[in-house]
Write a protein that binds this ligand. Structure first.
Ligand SMILES: [Zn+2]
Length: 161
């Protein structure tokens, strides 16, 4: 560290309470424990450091990124399940068309009905598996909104961006 006033490199760490006295009265002042103050031994210039805000911003950004990643993978999962449901629904439609054909035998009719029922069960299973995914997506959307606001708030406090 180098003094921004005189260029001297010798500093002494000081406490905020040592710096303040008003009209002879000691002022007991509460200041964040994360604040560090250094006094230049040459000219007395004070340097203040507080890692809390940068750490907070980094944490908020990490959290937002994690939520984004989870949301993207859930959306992909949901999408693949949705397209599978669409395919299966189309297959049922095709089977129903074939069932309308008056020329098919009773045996074929039974087979097709059974197949249709199987596909229906499959669709129900996929829908059931999709439910917790939908729920988590909603949860994340809500958390993401809060994390977004936090990051924005902290970024707005940054000067000179
Ligand atoms: Zn100095």
């Amino acid at each position: 560290m180098k003094c921004t006033q005189c260029g001297c490199k010798r500093f002494i760490e000081s406490a905020f309470s040592n710096l303040i006295s008003v009209g002879g009265w000691d002022v007991s002042c509460s200041i964040s424990k994360t604040v560090k103050i250094f006094a230049c031994l040459e000219c007395g210039h004070l340097e203040f450091f507080d890692k809390m805000m940068p750490d907070k911003l980094a944490q908020a950004e990490t959290k937002l990124k994690r939520l984004d990643d989870e949301l993207n993978s859930l959306l992909q999962d949901k999408e693949s399940k949705d397209s599978l449901i669409n395919e299966l629904t189309e297959e049922i439609t095709r089977i129903e068309e074939r069932l309308k054909n008056l020329d098919i035998t009773v045996r074929e009719q039974n087979e097709l009905s059974e197949k249709s029922q199987q596909i229906n069960n499959e669709i129900q299973q996929i829908l059931q598996a999709r439910r917790p995914i939908d729920k988590r997506i909603q949860e994340i959307a809500k958390n993401k909104e809060a994390a977004d606001l936090e990051v924005q708030k902290l970024r707005n406090l940054c000067v000179g961006e």
